[in-house]
Design a protein around this ligand. Structure first.
Ligand SMILES: C[S@@+](CC[C@H](N)C(=O)[O-])C[C@H]1O[C@@H](n2cnc3c(N)ncnc32)[C@H](O)[C@@H]1O
Length: 365
């Protein structure tokens, strides 16, 4: 390995381990000797981007590409930096170019699809996801985005298990940070609060259905006996396990799990989980079966507003929304008495409040 390659390697390692100052010093040392080092310019750009100086990052990435255009990652980073500078048109141009040069490197498709969505260009996003899926036909997450952006057709009855597993396995590392810090997510607090208010003296078994990383766990732990979590994603379950508050954690599909445990729980909670189901009848039937007589169900949905004929719809953001009338109807059809149903902000979507439905119901035997 040449000396300059070794310096660049050390700079990358320092950056990976959070040694920003050391990484920058190494990059600058390298650039003094080799001003055209595309790798050092790229890394220096990343350091500036990490500090929030997107304009300088743009300059450095562009310089890196001028010396060595064959770097698909740098095109993607350049687009992201343009976007951070508020220059969406430039970002789109860069990503379109990156895709034309590297049609089988898929990071640019993901960035461009998200950008089209943010700009409300849903037709362009739909075309892009279709093209991506044509090239990458086993990618279940892309297939889900094809379904979500498909205009004017019926929504599938629910998300596939394969999509849910892949999607949450892939985002488990960043889930808490992204949802709570960036998207103001409060579904876990809402559900835990609703559960506590409805069952102040309850000490029985509680199922956290679709427990994810276990955000609900610590909030309900003091108010239940045996706490069980079930989730399709192994990586999410690993994070829930690290909290040390669940008595049992199961990797599995929640409807099948509930159907296999008749009369097992005094309460079932599900925060931000039924947004991966369109048709609610099967999941409500399974919840009814798993609850003990008088058992409590506390769940959230996202609201499908408007007065159209649909009860639910898979929206372009990839989650299902339901009408309040459908939620009320399906609960009562499944044998539940609604204790309270209200609308509340669950999270932000594109900077705006996403309104949810919070439902608390009791099993009527
Ligand atoms: C948005 S996360 C919410 C996690 C947690 N309830 C919270 O409030 O943070 C949705 C979770 O539901 C899980 N999930 C969705 N559909 C599921 C299914 N059919 N069976 C089991 N888990 C499911 C996902 O794997 C994911 O971890």
């Amino acid at each position: 390995m040449s000396e300059s390659a070794a310096v660049l390697r050390d700079a990358k390692l320092a950056y990976r381990d959070g040694g920003i100052v050391e990484a920058e010093a190494l990059c600058r040392r390298l650039l003094r000797r080799h001003p055209t080092s595309a790798g050092a310019l790229h890394l220096l750009g990343m350091l500036h981007a990490a500090r929030g100086d997107a304009a300088e990052a743009v300059r450095l990435y562009a310089q890196s590409l001028a010396y060595s255009p064959e770097q698909s990652e740098v095109w993607c980073d350049l687009a992201t930096a343009y976007q951070q500078c508020g220059m969406s048109t430039k970002a789109i141009g860069v990503l379109v170019r990156a895709i034309s040069i590297y049609p089988r490197r898929y990071r640019a498709y993901g960035l461009l699809g998200a950008l089209y969505y943010q700009l409300g260009r849903i037709g362009d996003a739909a075309d892009l996801y279709r093209e991506w899926f044509r090239r990458d036909p086993t990618n279940v997450e892309v297939h889900h985005m094809v379904l979500s952006t498909r205009a004017g057709s019926d929504s599938p009855p629910r998300c596939s298990d394969a999509f849910v597993r892949a999607h949450f396995d892939n985002c488990a590392d960043v889930f808490d940070e992204r949802l709570i810090k960036r998207l103001g997510y409060r579904g876990h607090q809402i559900v835990a609060g609703a559960y506590k208010r409805s069952t102040p003296t309850l000490r029985g078994g509680v199922l956290d259905a679709g427990c994810g990383t276990g955000l609900c766990g610590p909030l309900v732990r003091p108010y239940c006996g045996h706490l069980v979590g079930v989730d399709l994603s192994e990586n999410m379950i690993e994070r829930a396990r690290a909290r040390g508050v669940y008595d049992e954690l199961i990797v599995g599909e929640l409807c099948a799990f509930m159907a296999s445990r008749p009369d097992a729980f005094a309460a079932i909670i599900a925060a931000d989980v039924l947004i991966y189901f369109g048709t609610l009848e099967p999941v409500m039937k399974a919840a009814y079966r798993a609850l003990q007589p008088e058992g409590i169900l506390a769940v959230t949905f996202e609201l499908l507003a408007g007065s159209g004929p649909q009860s639910y719809r898979l929206e372009v953001h990839g989650r299902y929304c339901h009408t309040e009338a459908y939620v009320r109807n399906v609960l009562s059809q499944a044998g539940f008495e609604s204790l309270h149903i209200r609308q509340e902000t669950i999270r932000l979507e594109l900077g705006k409040e996403a309104i949810g439905i919070v439902a608390v119901a009791r099993k009527v035997s």
